[in-house]
Ligand binder design. Structure first.
Ligand SMILES: Cc1cc2nc3c(=O)[nH]c(=O)nc-3n(C[C@H](O)[C@H](O)[C@H](O)COP(=O)(O)OP(=O)(O)OC[C@H]3O[C@@H](n4cnc5c(N)ncnc54)[C@H](O)[C@@H]3O)c2cc1C
Length: 414
């Protein structure tokens, strides 16, 4: 039976055949059967991508009943989970055992498999995204066979599949490196755009975690700086909890009246409260281009009277994952957030153009309009990714409209 599938933002919808497997054996059988019948398969995580990366015209495989913690080795600092595990549940599980994920984005409803597939990231010049913490993967290929891979056992597959865009196979299980639990001492305050841009490098060097969010058509930004520590927790009150982070950073009307300080477990600090749903684009530029690119986006928004909610700037260390937007270079991430129901396509196309001029790579899970011809030169390991794709999914079982546009067709035997 077909059902209407929608993503969180509501801008992606499709009539799909839906399957909710509970075992790896079932997952393998679904893929094997699809391969025999020429059906396309797409895993959907929590549907938190804004792009059409998770859309399928074939069978949608939802992993909502496939999120168990498989093992925890505290002394080695490794946890293995089924890929459908929500980030929030994993973080809370680790916290009760004195452990944590090293760095997270500002939202934790996603699945581990989905955040890895799109190379999702947090902020901090010395910290990388969630995919970089992966040390082992179990992936089901286009014929329904399982491969275990690590950097030692199959380096090409491992380099590609830690951020596979759902285009390489079904990631069944993920082993992640974890760190001792820590708190984040957060300071949120309103500052001036010019002053923050001027001292951007110093701010990155001085803080473990740093980000800012510009309030369009004003001089003001909200900065968030975080220091990792194991000092006693100093919680926000309920009102401060609401006005902290996401709601205020993205809502021009709700900047904090004065600085807001607190010290809470890192995974709860990163998890921002949410206001109304929105649409977002995000691009990764070389770190040295961050402030220039952000300045151009700001000028474009102001001179075109664009109705956007906010522009956010975050950073990450470089990594070694073939199609990670942070691959091979320290990175500045620039996001532009728009109202769902307001016109936004023209704005986000203009942002694409500004970012392209700075060598920007789009976040795979956010709205962008770039195709394979423009994307290929941005990724030194593009051919490696395509060779892995041809090897483990030669028939294109995991293709969808997004992979056809952004990666091109699978070329069997390359
Ligand atoms: C409110 C909000 C805040 C966000 N904040 C951040 C942020 O701070 N940083 C950031 O980088 N991103 C952020 N994102 C984007 C989000 O992290 C990514 O889009 C992420 O992929 C969503 O995970 P998901 O589980 O919902 O996956 P989905 O969106 O459902 O799927 C994404 C892709 O992953 C593939 N996939 C999922 N599971 C598997 C699997 N087991 N095997 C193979 N492929 C799989 C799907 O096929 C699809 O291609 C945010 C999104 C929202 C809505």
């Amino acid at each position: 039976m077909s059902v209407l599938w929608k993503n969180w933002a509501g801008n992606q919808r499709a009539l799909v055949e839906l399957s909710r497997p509970t075992t790896e054996h079932e997952l393998c059988s679904i893929v094997a059967r699809a391969a025999e019948t020429g059906t396309r398969v797409k895993v959907v995580g929590a549907g938190r991508s804004f792009s059409d990366v998770a859309i399928t015209d074939g069978l949608a495989v939802e992993l909502c009943d496939y999120g168990r913690i498989l093992s925890l080795d505290t002394s080695a600092g490794l946890v293995s989970v089924q890929a459908g595990a929500p980030v929030r549940e994993l973080s809370e599980f680790l916290w009760t055992r004195g452990l944590a994920l090293d760095n997270l984005g500002d939202f934790d409803d996603q699945t581990i498999g989905g955040t890895a597939a799109t190379a999702s990231h947090g902020t901090g010049a010395r910290f990388r995204g969630i995919s970089a913490g992966i040390v082992g993967l179990r992936i089901i290929d286009g014929a329904g066979a399982v491969h275990d891979c690590t950097m030692d056992s199959d380096p090409e597959l491992f380099r590609a599949a830690r951020a596979g865009l759902g285009a390489l196979g079904v990631v069944s299980a993920i082993t992640l490196r974890v760190v001792p639990a820590f708190n984040l001492r957060l300071l949120e305050e309103a500052r001036l755009f010019g002053a923050v841009v001027e001292s951007f490098d110093d701010l990155l060097a001085a803080h473990d975690h740093f980000e800012f969010s510009w309030v369009p058509h004003t001089e003001r930004v909200l900065t968030r700086t975080g220091r990792r520590n194991t000092e006693p927790i100093e919680s926000r009150g309920r009102w401060d909890h609401w006005r902290a982070g996401g709601s205020s950073a993205r809502n021009p009307q709700a900047l904090p009246d004065g600085p807001l300080r607190y010290n809470e477990p890192a995974h709860r600090v990163w998890r921002n409260p949410r206001g109304p749903r929105f649409i977002e684009s995000e691009h990764a530029v070389p770190i040295e281009a961050t402030t220039a690119a952000a300045g151009e986006v700001r000028r474009w928004i102001e001179s075109n009277g664009a109705e956007v909610l906010s522009m956010g700037v975050r950073v990450a260390a470089g990594d070694d994952i073939a199609l990670s937007p942070s691959q091979g270079r320290p990175t500045g991430y620039i996001s532009v957030r728009c109202r769902r129901r307001a016109p936004h396509e023209g704005y986000l196309r203009a942002v694409d153009a500004i970012m392209s001029a700075h060598g920007g790579r789009p976040h795979w899970g956010k709205v962008h309009h770039m195709g394979a011809a423009a994307l290929a030169p941005l990724y030194p390991e593009w051919d490696l990714f395509q060779a892995v794709r041809s090897r483990i999914d030669p028939a294109g079982v995991f293709e969808n409209s997004y992979t056809r546009r952004c990666l091109g067709p699978v070329h069997p035997g390359t």
